[in-house]
Design a protein around this ligand. Structure first.
Ligand SMILES: Cc1cc2nc3c(=O)[nH]c(=O)nc-3n(C[C@H](O)[C@H](O)[C@H](O)COP(=O)(O)O)c2cc1C
Length: 373
């Protein structure tokens, strides 16, 4: 029997830029490929997001949403924020989440070379024509090696920035409290940041600052147009869906350059992802500091840490030692959509069962799993 933990630091209210949140627990963005084929969100998605809000999470970050009808879509049945119907579908979801007292931010994602399903265009674009490591993910509807991408022209890059800006306007119209620019996990913006996928010799390649330039430009552009009170966050990571061992070669220097650039661009928060690894594994730097702690110090922005944060001990230590201000929970939230309420009541947490996402990551698969247990 676990003791009551109503005083756990994750249950304290906090401010994420302009957003006042009821606690420090955030649902991590999770792609579920459960939208209609034309990218319109469904009622089942509204139920899924509302359940986390009813379970006490202060903030829900949506799955990665494609921002344009060009090269951004990564997966078939991924939701979009491009058409009036997309906006209407998301409006139902933001209303449902708000009705439970939580906030909701739209994660905007351009898949770049990691696209494995895009009905809008043939082929993929990336900083350079480098074939991605690994293979497409069957649980998200792909198979076999990724295509070799085409090197993005400067006109393509302008189009990417425009796409993010248009999607952010649509996010405002759909009632979101903010957007999170997906600069993590190996997708387009991270392909620019990463040395081995970016071999450009123009102002978007070379130094760390040049490689992070596109992410900063996207953030700055959205911030210019964002209404007051609308938060514009950005997610970055060292690890990637197709490379969980990658680390920034510049270590602490890279963290400082990237965090400072994004703060200068006007970001409201930084979110450091930990794909396939724990926070402890990906955040530790050789000098004993952490990526999240250093990003927080350099940027003076609130930082969201991620990677195994459903563990109350680790969560408490990260907040108490000021390594981060908020905690994003992925697998632990799938297993416990009411994790904040359980934490407050001292109830045991359910462990994540990989069968919830097998053979695919759709909501239907999880709902079948629930009926079977
Ligand atoms: C099914 C699934 C889908 C995911 N999709 C996304 C996504 O769309 N965008 C993103 O930034 N991260 C995505 N992630 C990564 C999570 O946000 C998170 O970083 C990762 O699961 C590690 O956190 P955890 O230890 O709490 O699970 C996904 C993870 C899972 C399990």
């Amino acid at each position: 029997m676990t003791a009551l933990l109503p005083n756990h630091p994750a249950l304290r209210p906090g401010s994420l830029g302009p957003l006042d949140l009821t606690n420090r627990l955030v649902v991590a963005p999770m792609t579920r490929v459960s939208a209609r084929p034309d990218g319109v969100p469904t009622e089942a998605m509204a139920d899924y997001y509302a359940e986390f809000a009813a379970g006490g999470f202060g903030l829900v970050v949506t799955e990665g949403i494609y921002p344009d009808a060009q090269f951004s879509q990564g997966y078939l049945n991924q939701p979009g924020l491009v058409t009036a119907e997309h906006v209407e579908g998301w409006r139902t979801i933001t209303d449902r989440v708000h009705a439970q007292g939580a906030r909701v931010v739209a994660q905007l994602m351009h898949a770049g070379a990691l696209s494995q399903g895009n009905p809008h265009r043939d082929g993929t674009i990336a900083p350079s024509a480098v074939p991605p490591l690994g293979e497409m993910m069957p649980a998200y509807g792909g198979s076999g090696p990724f295509a070799t991408p085409r090197e993005a022209t400067l006109a393509d890059i302008v189009g990417v920035v425009e796409g993010f800006a248009a999607a952010a306007r649509n996010a405002v119209a759909a009632g979101f409290d903010g957007v999170e620019v997906h600069g993590a996990n190996g997708y387009l913006l991270d392909q620019f940041i990463t040395e081995y996928t970016n071999q450009r010799t123009d102002r978007y390649g070379g130094s760390t600052a040049n490689r992070a330039r596109l992410t900063a430009e996207v953030v700055a552009r959205i911030v210019t147009e964002a209404p007051g009170g609308f938060v514009v966050g950005v997610r970055v990571s060292q690890t990637k869906v197709n490379d969980v061992v990658y680390r920034w070669s510049g270590g602490a220097d890279d963290v400082s350059v990237i965090a400072a650039l994004l703060a200068d661009a006007g970001a409201g928060y930084l979110h450091v992802a930990s794909e396939g690894r724990s926070w402890f594994d990906t955040a530790r730097l050789s000098d004993g500091t952490t990526v999240t702690g250093l990003a927080r110090e350099v940027s003076s922005l609130p930082v969201i840490a991620n990677g195994g944060m459903h563990d109350p001990d680790q969560a408490g230590r990260v907040l108490d030692a000021e390594h981060a201000d908020f905690l994003a929970v992925g697998h632990g939230a799938l297993a416990n959509p009411d994790l904040p309420r359980r934490l407050a009541a001292g109830l045991d947490l359910a462990s994540f069962d990989p069968a919830m996402l097998r053979p695919d990551v759709t909501l239907k698969t999880t709902s079948r799993w629930r009926q079977a247990v």
